[in-house]
Ligand binder design. Sequence first.
Ligand SMILES: C[S@@+](CC[C@H](N)C(=O)[O-])C[C@H]1O[C@@H](n2cnc3c(N)ncnc32)[C@H](O)[C@@H]1O
Length: 259
Amino acid sequence: MKSSVRKFMFSDLQKIDGYIDPPDALVFLSLIEKQRQEKLFGGLVEIGVYYGRSYFLLRKISAPDDNVLAIDLFDIEADGAQYQRFLDNGRSLGIPVDEELVIAGDSTLLDPQAIIDKVGQVRFFSIDGGHLLRHIVADSRLAKSVLADHGIIAFDDTFNPAWPEVTIGVADFLRRNSDTFTAFCMTKYKTYVCRREFHEVYRAAVSGALHLKPFEHAELDFLGSKVIRLHNPLNRRVAYEVMQRLGMGALSEWAYRPG
Ligand SMILES: C[S@@+](CC[C@H](N)C(=O)[O-])C[C@H]1O[C@@H](n2cnc3c(N)ncnc32)[C@H](O)[C@@H]1O
């Protein structure tokens, strides 16, 4: 991994309010690098941008000519302040938001063609919008209908007790589509899903990724498939958190150095 990407992940990105745990940032990176190596092209989409933390990560780790689509209600603050902060964050990171590739609206009402028109078929779809069952049902259906054959869906907050309906929605999606889709990786916060034909490609990508060596890998059976569960060890987590809280973001990267 280029050191500039690591610096961005562990330092610059931490200035943006939002949520993405280091294991997931490193899974995103590993999978998107694998897709690039294998020439598995397509757009990238995120539902649930907030102030852009994981969106800017996707922008940073994808190629400059990749299209990354941001979808959000942008109504958390009055008078468009959430959207404005999202744009400002892009400017301060040196990754200006392409406003042609933003959809401000309710993802559950979106026509799949609106996504295809903007980015074509999708190779990486992050679902982190509404966290109720009806949102997961609609967002997973949307993702399924625009996903490239080799596409990945990353579901956020799966198995988080604070959001039990996400767990139900993701399990329902996998069981209802068990002939086609399967999980291949899980972290504390996210579940990664792809079509069955690509299960081995992505499972192997996770198990062999240098960036993911700092984590404990456990293989488990989940709804009939082998899934790699990545565990973030306590000593690394504590080292990372302490350095982040002391404002030593750049140094916190050491906590997750491979080897
Ligand atoms: C947990 S935050 C996303 C965090 C973000 N991915 C990050 O990196 O920090 C959830 C976001 O989903 C958006 N959201 C909630 N319901 C939505 C819906 N129905 N359609 C589009 N966006 C929605 C909210 O506005 C909020 O910004």
